[in-house]
Design a protein around this ligand. Structure first.
Ligand code: ANZ
Length: 975
């Protein structure tokens, strides 16, 4: 019997689907295990061999845990809202839902063919209204919550309203907008409904505000910070500018400290934790208030944030961000022109540029002065774009003798640098040594070690009422509006300009149909094209825009907002949610994916609780993985989730890189010419080349600059030779190009790069499955190297694991139940069990593959046919190569799937050696060996050796002088 993997794999894939082998029950006495892979965005290109790497690892672990007696949840779904489908829609008019459906079909086929143990009954799609109903629901809960810093958790906004009604907001300790004014209970009672709602927006966990956003004109949308790489959009590489827009924001900053603290409680990779820590960017320091010196009645104060309040005596000027709101107010008439020109100039620079550029020093003097809190000396106030508007308070006290940027700024503008550090060690080393540096020359800070000086400076500032200790975070609230079609609609309508939530029971609010997927002519987002997109608040349904009416104001100027219920027809929100909305709760939804009444039932969440193992890419470190932790903490606060971290353990799989192929293009005599790799160097020198009988002069002045172009790797053979005809067919624009060959061949250049469709270096798993089978592909992906490391793909290597599987298959050709396993057989089996179990527990899947190879080689050499050995071996292999394992299992006489067979138990005793192969020497020369029990005594060993016929043959009747026996080592017969 041959190893017919095609038949076997198709058979078992069908079996698993028909029998719902991997369907997890929410009701089980067994312990739970929740294994999760990051769900994919179903792109048009389908899967390449890099994608399944993490899925295979999760699958092995999930299957292993099943063998170990766990009730395993291993779901899969699709992150199916997103830009590519929308851009395709813009180009072709094809509805993104159709493209998405087609792509999902293809993904499903590809996933099925790899033999994953997914519970497909729980599939979710973020673009499915039955799913996004719950994304909208979470949004509404956030809107209806505020963050109480006293209890350190989210609480109901209705509770906050009660506080306002009773005592106003002076005593409220909340995460809120900085500009929330102080009001009393009486004020509150007298506020109009609109004012009340405006004030509440300053406290809600999702709120509408005018924010400076990253606007990408080319994409027509706002981008999050993590969607921008090197100042341009991650998708498409388009320029991004700063712009003020009214947007929904998520008050993630309320959770900054808990997001940091939580990292200590989860087993996630350190580099990932580090990047979240840096992204959150906690700084401990102080705020200090400087009073602006002015004869006008209106007094201004400038609040600065500093991590070094101990250096305050060195503050010899102040610098404000050019966007700081006080700039216009304090600038003197003489300086107005210069300041305005400077403000205008910096508006053109992105925040990123400003942060990255430490060389250019620019700024302007406002003409104003502030009073130093302690010395009462006047300090000049400057503006400079090295101070960022969005960080701290957007203002700094500048300490040229402590801070390099301040120093450079002072030097550049000739601002006097006071020599207050006389006699104090201000060398860089002394400054960096925070334990012992003495940095301030003042009566009360002098001579103190750093930490004490900081504390004392804060204390003295507090005494003056001009400052306090402050912790600052770099993390910003997350902009949540996108000017896109293919995303979740906000469950929001507007009455008199104020946002109102659609009641939970009327969700989902489904995405409307539009004629065009582009922004409208008036610059509204694509939903502005919808003609049926107004909310009938009486009948709670979406109606035609024609029914929209102006909000009525009665004679007293009250708007419909003032009445308890709205009965009119109102405009709906035109933005949609960002890509990360749907992925921030999907792991929870899988627990009870089709529940229509709630995000999940209490039973389901009580049983599954959280993800035990989450595997996915590290590129999500400060996007999905931060936002999800935030939502989870929120759901925990409102009692919806039992855990405030959603995943106990996380592994980032390394990237599989591709071996890109490059061809080298130049122009010769105005003709596109490709030069074989080995001949590039000749281009620099004088050379006459014959191509198609034409003489070409290859002197440098005759050819254009050499350009490297990707060629699809499928057009190149194993010896790096390009199939020129196929290439011309693939890129018809080059059908008339010339090719300069070497030895009659066009040789491409090779480089390792990220595997990606855009680099034409993708290897398709379908062809590999067809040629070698899914089990070979699974084993090979693991065999490539440690899971977390990045590694290059080389299809040629797969033959090794494929022939291993053939050997494994052969090993089962004859299996005999009646044959007792030998000690050798048992030893091989048990050392394999031990190693494989240890490997899986440590996610070291590559080393298991080589262990299997050794095991099969040994058992083959031992001619093992014992069922007692081969049966457990099939279970060991099954997480890795499940199809062949199922088939062998069936052939061993089982009628149930191998999936739940108990994992073999390792027994130490089989590894303990009980006998020894003694080398038997005559006068120091080994003549033969003898296997004897290890516990045999010296005399018995001697007797046994002497009785052996080979000994007799050696001695030929002589009596030896001496027999030396070293138990456990050797026997030497002398004489
Ligand atoms: C005085 C001082 C003296 C400072 C000294 C540093 C060293 P991190 O650690 O990043 O939080 N700063 C504050 N707000 C800023 C803004 N909006 N744009 C640019 N710089 C700003 O850094 C905090 C320090 O960065 C603060 O402490 C402030 O400079 C500056 F010897 O104040 B420091």
């Amino acid at each position: 019997m041959n190893y017919n993997f095609r038949e076997i794999e198709a058979k078992w894939q069908k079996y698993w689907a028909n029998n719902e082998t991997f369907k997890a029950s929410n009701n089980s006495n067994r312990p739970k295990f929740y294994a999760l892979s990051m769900f994919p965005y179903p792109s048009g290109a389908g899967l390449h061999v890099g994608h399944p790497l993490g899925y295979i690892a999760t699958d092995i672990y999930a299957r292993y845990k099943r063998h170990k007696g766990f009730n395993v949840l291993h779901p899969m779904g699709y992150d199916s809202f997103g830009l590519p489908a929308e851009q395709y829609a813009i180009q072709t008019g094809q509805h993104p839902a159709i493209t998405t459906e087609t792509n999902i079909k293809r993904y499903r086929e590809q996933l099925d063919q790899l033999g994953f143990s997914f519970d497909w009954s729980r599939e979710v799609r973020t673009s499915d209204p039955n799913y996004y109903k719950w994304t909208q629901w979470v949004f509404i809960q956030l809107f209806n919550s505020w963050y109480n810093k006293n209890t350190d958790k989210a609480e109901a906004i209705t509770d906050l309203i009660s506080i306002f009604e009773k005592e106003g907001n002076a005593m409220v300790n909340a995460a809120s907008d900085d500009d929330a004014p102080i009001f009393s209970a009486e004020d509150w009672a007298n506020f109009s409904e609109k004012t009340k709602q405006e004030l509440l927006l300053k406290y809600r966990l999702t709120y509408l505000a005018d924010t400076e956003v990253n606007w990408c004109p080319a994409l027509g949308t706002v981008l999050a910070n993590d969607e921008i790489v090197n100042g341009v959009s991650e998708r498409g590489g388009h320029p991004v500018i700063r712009k003020k827009m009214t947007q929904w924001s998520m008050r993630i900053t309320a959770y900054a400290q808990r997001l940091l603290d939580g990292l200590d409680t989860i087993d996630w990779p350190q580099p990932l934790k580090d990047s979240q820590t840096n992204w959150i960017g906690r700084s401990e320091g102080a705020s200090a208030i400087f009073n602006v010196i002015s004869s006008a009645i209106e007094k201004h104060q400038i609040e600065v944030f500093t991590t070094r309040p101990d250096t305050i005596f060195g503050a010899s000027f102040m610098t404000l961000a050019p966007e700081h709101e006080l700039v216009a107010k304090i600038t003197t008439p003489e300086q107005k022109e210069a300041v305005e020109a400077y403000v205008e100039a910096t508006a053109k620079r992105s925040e990123r540029d400003r942060m990255a550029d430490v060389k250019t020093i620019s700024g302007a003097f406002t003409g104003a002065y502030a009073e130093h809190p302690f010395t009462k000396e006047p300090v000049p106030i400057w503006i400079g774009d090295y101070v960022l508007a969005g960080y701290g308070t957007g203002a700094v006290m500048s300490v040229p003798c402590g801070d390099q940027r301040d120093y450079d700024f002072a030097k550049h503008f000739n601002i006097p640098i006071p020599n207050i550090f006389e006699g104090v060690d201000i060398s860089e080393e002394a400054f960096a040594d925070k334990e012992k540096t003495i940095i301030a020359n003042s009566d009360f800070l002098n001579g103190l070690p750093y930490k004490k000086a900081v504390k004392l400076a804060i204390y003295e500032l507090e005494k003056l009422g001009q400052g306090q200790g402050k912790i600052n975070y770099r993390l910003r609230d997350a902009v949540f509006s996108r000017q896109r079609y293919w995303g979740e609609p906000f469950p929001v309508y507007y009455v008199d300009g104020m946002p109102q939530m659609i009641a939970d029971k009327h969700l989902p609010l489904k995405l409307p149909e539009v004629e065009k997927y582009l922004p409208t002519e008036t610059g509204e987002p694509p939903l502005g094209n919808a003609t049926i997109w107004a909310w009938d608040a009486k009948n709670n349904k979406v109606v035609s825009n024609e029914m929209l009416k102006q909000v009525q104001h009665d004679e007293a100027g009250h708007s419909e907002l003032d009445s308890e219920s709205h009965t009119g027809v109102y405009p709906l929100e035109l933005n949609t949610m960002p890509g990360w909305a749907g992925s921030s709760q999907y792991f929870n939804r899988y627990m009870d994916a089709h529940n229509d009444e709630a995000i999940y039932s209490q039973d389901a969440i009580d049983y599954w609780e959280d993800v035990d193992l989450y595997i996915g890419g590290s590129e999500h470190a400060t996007g999905h993985l931060l936002y999800s932790r935030f939502w989870q903490k929120f759901l925990f606060d409102i009692g919806v989730a039992p855990k405030d971290e959603f995943a106990k353990k996380l592994i980032n799989q390394g990237m599989i890189t591709g071996t890109s192929a490059f061809i080298y293009r130049t122009n010769i005599d105005n003709k596109i010419t490709f030069v074989s790799k080995g001949r590039i160097k000749e281009l620099g020198s004088y050379l006459v080349e014959m191509i198609e009988g034409k003489e070409l002069d290859l002197r440098p002045q005759n050819y254009g600059a050499l350009q490297k172009i990707h060629a699809d790797v499928s057009l190149v053979n194993a010896s790096d030779e390009l199939d020129i005809d196929a290439f011309k067919k693939w890129q018809p624009e080059y059908k008339d190009a010339d090719f300069i060959l070497e030895d009659g061949k066009y040789i491409v250049g090779r480089e390792i790069e990220k595997m990606s469709k855009s680099k034409y270096n993708v290897v398709n798993p379908d062809a590999i499955c067809e040629e070698y089978g899914a089990d070979s592909l699974r084993l090979y992906e693991m065999f490539l190297g440690p899971l977390e490391q990045s590694k290059p793909w080389n299809t040629a290597g797969i033959t090794g694991v494929h022939s291993f599987l053939k050997k494994l298959w052969k090993l089962y050709a004859t299996v005999d139940e009646s044959i007792e396993p030998s000690a050798e057989n048992l030893k091989t089996l048990h050392k394999t069990i031990k190693k494989v179990e240890e490997d899986i527990e440590h996610f070291s899947f590559n080393t298991s593959v080589s262990t299997f190879m050794i095991c099969v080689n040994e058992l083959t050499a031992q001619k093992c046919i014992s069922k007692a050995i081969l049966e457990p071996l099939a279970i060991l292999v099954s997480p890795y190569a499940p199809h062949i394992a199922e088939e062998l299992w069936e052939r061993l006489g089982h009628s149930q799937s191998i999936a739940e067979a108990p994992f073999p138990k390792f027994e130490e005793k089989y590894l303990v050696e009980s006998s020894k192969e003694y080398p038997i020497s005559f006068n120091g020369k080994t003549r033969f060996t003898m296997e004897l029990p290890l516990d045999m005594g010296k005399d018995d060993i001697e007797a046994a050796v002497m009785a052996h016929e080979k000994t007799q043959a050696q001695l030929q009747g002589r009596t030896p002088k001496k027999v030396i026996v070293v138990p456990g080592k050797i026997v030497n017969i002398v004489g």
